[in-house]
Write a protein that binds this ligand. Structure first.
Ligand code: MCN
Ligand code: MOS
Length: 764
């Protein structure tokens, strides 16, 4: 597919290279309806699957009576827990797989309200939807744990692997002249991507093709292949356009198993569109968390100790930790530290990764607590952060690769006008509007992964970049065109990028803010190799016009290949290809280490997260950093809160495309504003049902909620972090926004709200 059509307006030449402000190539297609999303794929002979979800939170399905559903017009198939679909458990994200365990996407054991317990496949969506209502299910209900705070849920289990300690935190806390301690809470949150989930599944014999929005075509193809015991290459996931994922589209879920199994049974392609309400339980959002943070400091605000105890909810049948202490050990220099995280199982779908998992609630706790400490010692909160600045990673002891957090605080503060702030709460106002200014910092680790790319130089001189990596809106198409354009010295518009297909070269997940660094590295390496190959042919092929020039080097720029001297021969790439009689020059490279080049190394790298390197895997500790400055206006009578202005400064290393990175940061910040003021999954305490399971009741920020947001880059290239010097951009923007807003609300009102979202009732 050519995402270059229709072509955008061509910018000046410098725009097309790394660091240029090119608009997204896929942007116009997406907003004009030119982008075909997975569920819009025109596949002939489709049948339609509709999920039937459990209405109880815990217990067993003891009988499914499908008589009425079977008899309804158009019903083709009813799947129930009685149907053994013959599937086997697949590996987890890291490639660990239980031996020969069966997998039941429709299980008779009910662990949460909304679990898929049956499915109806019909000739039309309407018929399947109606028949799904006619499936009669008899349950044996068991008592459920709905509430994370229910004493019956207990304290859960400590995850030893997530515990961090150094020094003697308790003793140092007890000896500190200034102590603050408080509990902070974040609610259940959801991804609410504009494109809901679902898939079209089609079998050709034993080969399976799936159109499904995917943040990781290779990883999801592995899951489907393992469920069915197929060779990996016999499953193909196609996902060229995605309407947002935010962490929710990196996994194959039960509904995917159901749709593919139905398609196999029927011998017909099946479409399963998860409805908006079903998206709240077909996979998990961000887990609810609570955390208690105690800070000990001296009278000058210098930290002596941090004691941090946190917990997140998880499912009864599987664990996903929303690690409350993910940011705590990194932010500030402190000699005594102790942090633990516990998991509390309740009857919910397993929670999942949602933009900056762990770091996000962790920063809410820590950065709120630092603000409380600032007031306890009467020190400006920016100054307090500088006094406790960590010059190296306090946990690993390693030096930072780059950490421009000081610059983020100073340049962000300068642009915001922070020096004009008065320290006392309720000291700034505009009529009946109380004005508050708040600050908070954020971080996200640099994760490094390998990827693979294919580059084709075509007969007409155009260049094609091909990878199984995906673009869910973050800008992969565009930055890869820029990366290749840089190497070939041609406008980015003449590079055609193909992505989003597991049959294309391997790529890591678009997750953990690591894809851009990984895939630009692979494309850069491949483009250099392709350019060298072109030059090699031009110099040495018998049919090359350069053979007689005596040149021993050539340059490639502006779509031409030239002898680098005045008046030297210069031939367009297209003419050279004609002279050489070549239709295509194809080059494939990857960034795997030498030892991992075999098929097993490839499989592990592209389909699991097993070879991803963490932020301290090498000599350095590598992270992105940010500082958010927020102004809120709080209506004194009504308690309504408006974020009226924001400035955020980021250190994400070198920026590949500032326009897109700024948009990523703003997107994260906008989600952070929603998190601070609006978002909250409400669960019916009687039955575990998500009450606000739609976009009308689950509130996210809309245009009227969002003020002007100024974003500033203070990063410098970090060549330890990635080939081109960039660090992650996609997630760090949300980290620290909610505490900056909570801190601003305190400054405005004198009221400290420690549980999100900060709704007006909490201020009155
Ligand atoms: N970028 C840049 N310079 C850098 C790094 C990145 O200009 N040094 C820009 C590029 O445009 C790149 C984008 O930022 O395409 C994101 O790069 P990166 O930080 O590597 O993140 P990934 O490509 O791995 O994308 C995943 C990340 C995550 S984990 C979530 S969650 C998230 C996010 O991206 N979900 C998104 N951004 C999203 N943006 C959109 N529109 N939709 C989502 O669902
Ligand atoms: Mo992002 S939550 O790592 O997809």
């Amino acid at each position: 597919m050519n995402v270059m059509e229709p072509r955008g307006k061509r910018g000046d030449a410098s725009d097309g290279t790394i660091g240029g402000r090119l608009s997204r190539f896929d942007g116009r297609l997406k907003i004009t309806g030119g982008a075909t999303y997975a569920l819009e794929q025109p596949v002939a002979g489709l049948a339609y699957a509709v999920l039937v979800q459990s209405r109880i939170a815990a217990g067993r399905v003891i009988k499914v009576d499908a008589t009425r559903a079977q008899a309804a017009p158009g019903t083709l198939l009813v799947l129930t827990p009685d149907d053994d679909l013959g599937l086997k458990m697949a590996s987890d994200w890291y490639g660990n797989r239980p031996d020969n365990q069966p997998y039941y996407p429709l299980s008779s054991t009910v662990s949460f309200n909304g679990q898929a317990v049956a499915a109806v496949i019909g000739e039309t969506l309407e018929q399947a939807t109606e028949a799904a209502r006619l499936v009669d299910i008899v349950y044996e209900e068991a008592s459920a744990l709905i509430d994370f705070d229910d004493p019956k849920a207990g304290d859960g289990k400590t995850l030893d692997a997530l515990a961090v300690t150094w020094g003697d935190a308790q003793a140092a806390l007890a000896a500190s002249p200034v102590r603050i301690e408080a509990e902070y809470r974040t609610p259940r949150e959801y991804h609410v991507t504009i494109e809901p989930h679902g898939l079209i599944a089609q079998w050709h014999g034993d080969k399976l093709t799936i159109w499904e929005p995917s943040q990781w075509t290779h990883g999801m193809a592995r899951t489907y292949a393992e469920w069915y015991g197929l060779p990996y290459d016999d499953v193909r996931i196609i996902s060229p356009f995605i309407g947002g994922g935010f962490g929710s589209k990196a996994t194959a879920y039960a509904y995917g198993a159901i749709a593919t199994a139905a398609a196999r049974k029927l011998g017909r392609p099946v479409k399963l569109a998860v409805t908006r309400p079903q998206t709240f339980t077909a996979y998990g959002g961000r887990a609810e968390t609570r955390q208690t943070i105690a800070l000990g400091a001296n009278a000058d605000g210098v930290l002596q100790s941090i004691v941090h105890l946190g917990a997140s909810e998880t499912a009864t049948y599987a664990d996903f930790p929303e690690q409350t202490n993910a940011a705590t050990p990194l932010m500030y220099a402190v000699e005594n530290f102790s942090a633990k995280h516990r998991l509390v199982p309740v009857n919910t779908v397993m929670p999942g990764a949602l933009r900056a998992p762990g770091k996000n609630p962790s920063a809410f706790g820590l950065e709120s607590a630092m603000d409380e400490l600032a007031y306890a010692v009467s020190i400006d909160p920016v100054e307090l952060r500088l006094r406790n600045y960590a010059e190296r990673d306090p946990q690993s002891g390693k030096p930072w690769s780059t950490r421009r957090l000081r610059e983020a605080l100073s340049e962000g503060g300068e642009a915001f006008g922070w020096s004009r702030r008065s320290l006392a709460p309720r000291s700034m106002r505009d009529g009946r509007q109380l004005i508050g200014w708040g600050v908070a910092c954020g971080t996200f680790p640099v994760l490094r992964a390998s990827s693979e790319a294919l580059i084709r130089i075509l007969a007409d001189g155009l260049v094609e970049v091909v990878s199984g990596a995906i673009d869910m809106g973050q800008g992969t198409y565009t930055i890869l065109a820029q990366t290749a354009a840089d190497v070939f010295g041609v406008p980015a518009e003449s590079i055609n990028v193909r992505l989003g297909d597991s049959s294309l070269p391997g790529a890591t997940v678009a997750g953990g803010s690591m894809l851009a660094g990984a895939i630009t590295g692979a494309v850069h390496k491949t483009a250099l190799a392709a350019r060298d190959e072109l030059i090699e042919l031009a110099l040495n092929d018998g049919a090359s016009p350069f053979r007689d020039t005596g040149a021993n080097t050539l340059t490639v720029a502006d779509g031409r290949i030239s002898v680098p001297r005045d008046g030297g021969l210069s031939v367009s790439i297209a003419d050279l290809m004609t002279a050489l009689g070549r239709d295509v020059i194809e080059t494939r490279r990857n960034t795997l280490p030498e030892g991992d080049q075999g098929p097993e190394g490839h499989r592990k790298a592209w389909t699991t997260m097993g070879s991803i390197q963490g932020p301290t895997a090498g000599e350095f500790s590598m992270h992105s950093w940010c500082a958010h400055f927020v102004e809120v206006k709080v209506d004194e009578d009504f308690g309504t809160i408006r974020v009226s202005r924001m400035v955020s400064a980021f250190d994400c290393g070198r920026i590949y495309n500032p326009k897109l990175a700024e948009s990523q940061w703003r997107g994260g910040i906008i989600m952070g504003i929603g998190q601070a003021l609006l978002e909250e999954g409400l669960v019916d305490q009687r039955n575990g049902r998500v009450i606000n399971n739609n976009l009308g009741d689950y509130l996210v920020g809309t245009n009227a909620d969002i003020p002007p947001i100024q974003v500033i880059s203070v990063g410098i290239p970090d060549l330890n972090a990635s080939v081109l010097g960039g660090k992650g951009v996609g997630e760090v923007g949300i980290v620290g926004v909610a505490p900056a807003i909570a801190n601003a609300v305190f400054h405005a009102t004198g009221k400290r709200v420690r549980d999100l979202p900060i709704t007006l009732d909490k201020l009155l």
